[in-house]
Design a binder for this molecule. Structure first.
Ligand SMILES: Nc1ncnc2c1ncn2[C@@H]1O[C@H](COP(=O)(O)OP(=O)(O)OP(=O)(O)O)[C@@H](O)[C@H]1O
Ligand code: SF4
Ligand SMILES: [Mg+2]
Length: 369
């Protein structure tokens, strides 16, 4: 979690810093750091708004702008991490990209198909290629169903014969480390880590191309987290999977992802390869997230950047840059002009008028102070 501090801290950016000019035309939006090759999923201009209703007549009085203008590309075989604080729109974006939630606007191309143009029938057939591991391993498993039926449900929906279904369910459970004795058990008979393995098996059994892993380890103990993460890495290698890996913990994302997209209040504010993001964060929000990661060596601890205030409401986001109400280096221009996500070279995109400006002063203190 980010440490929050009162706005009175009144931090400053480095004196004399000027708005940074991006390097234009180096990569199409959402493709920063992506090696040349096959794109499995490309989304352009995604907006997902939820109506806010009030009164007896449930009139729409506004919209939650959960995802507001996202361009993203996911390369075949890569793990793209998606990170940001609670409520910034990660789950909504992940679900929208596989059309579990209908976007209010935007285009999605999956494996060469226009996902938005698919009929209900074609969408159902395509669904097996895009699976999701849900954030809540308890709520997402029906407590009245046995494991064999939970994992086999997708196969049944797609018309797989009973005998083949049983064989595939047993094989996939074995693959995720659950033995044949688990087939007839119910979800409440398992630990958190085992339940997440059931969720992984349910996604994997359909032999998908893309898996949206929505915070698959956030609710688990640290020791179990690494087991599940290692399992995901191993399965990806074995089955040639592509992941969109959602988390609020940048350290977890950095461990598993090839590239990382940082999200704030419905928008992607930075996108880069994991190594580049950790070595050269450009957006103040990313710098703050990184500064909160504990380092094992206290002599090399990063200066902790504390952010003031709470995340604003996505119903009525701030003008200009959405991060400006909490940004330690905000200037007048930030309230007037929205910074676009622009390339800053070496496969790195950021949406900030002062991208790369180091944060000094009261906003950055020694870690733990
Ligand atoms: N069905 C819905 N109806 C109305 N608002 C919604 C709905 N789903 C999500 N929201 C709102 O959209 C915003 C983004 O929510 P989302 O669940 O995508 O965030 P998140 O980044 O996944 O958060 P967390 O880390 O807590 O899972 C939040 O303000 C949330 O309250
Ligand atoms: S554009 Fe946004 S992130 Fe960049 S300095 Fe201004 S307020 Fe901060
Ligand atoms: Mg979520």
């Amino acid at each position: 979690m980010l440490a929050l501090r009162e706005r009175a801290a009144h931090p400053r950016r480095v004196a004399g810093a000027r708005p940074v000019t991006a390097v234009p035309g180096l990569a199409p939006p959402g493709a920063a750091g992506l090696p040349p090759g096959d794109i499995l999923l490309e989304a352009r201009g995604i907006r997902t708004y939820f109506p806010v209703r009030e009164g007896l007549l449930r009139r729409t009085v506004g919209h939650v702008q959960a995802v507001d203008g996202v361009d993203i590309r996911i390369g075949r075989g890569e793990t793209l991490g998606l990170v940001g604080e609670s409520g910034c729109g990660k789950s909504t974006l992940g679900r929208t990209l596989i059309r579990l939630i209908e976007p209010s606007e935007g285009e999605i191309e999956f494996d060469g198909m226009d996902l938005m143009a698919l009929s209900r029938r074609r969408l159902k057939a395509t669904r097996r290629e895009m699976q999701i591991i849900f954030q809540d391993s308890v709520g997402s498993l029906d407590p009245r169903m046995r494991v064999k039926d939970i994992v086999g449900e997708g196969l049944a929906v797609h018309g797989t014969p009973r005998r083949e279904r049983a064989e595939r369910v047993a094989a996939v459970l074995d693959r995720v480390g659950l033995g044949a004795e688990t087939l007839r058990r119910y979800p409440h008979q398992f630990s958190g880590g085992q339940r997440q393995r059931i969720g992984i098996a349910r996604a994997l059994v359909l032999q998908p191309k893309l898996i949206v892993a929505d915070e698959p380890v956030s609710a688990l103990d640290v020791s179990i987290q690494s087991q599940v993460l290692n399992l995901l890495v191993e399965l990806k290698r074995a089955f040639g999977l592509t992941y969109l890996f959602v988390a609020h913990d940048l350290a977890v994302v950095g461990y598993i992802a090839d590239r990382v997209a940082v999200m704030y209040l419905g928008k992607i504010v930075e996108l880069a390869s994991s190594s580049d993001l950790f070595a050269r964060p450009l957006h103040p929000y990313t710098m703050a997230l990184l500064s909160a990661i504990p380092t094992p060596d206290p002599t090399r601890a990063r200066s902790r950047i504390t952010l003031s205030g709470d995340v604003p409401s996505p119903v009525n986001p701030p003008s200009g840059c959405r991060f400006r109400t909490r940004c330690p280096i905000a200037e007048a221009i930030c309230a007037e002009l929205e910074p676009p996500l622009q390339s800053h070279g070496a496969g790195h995109e950021a949406a900030c008028h002062f991208a790369g400006t180091p944060i000094t002063g009261h906003a950055a203190g020694r870690a733990g102070s």
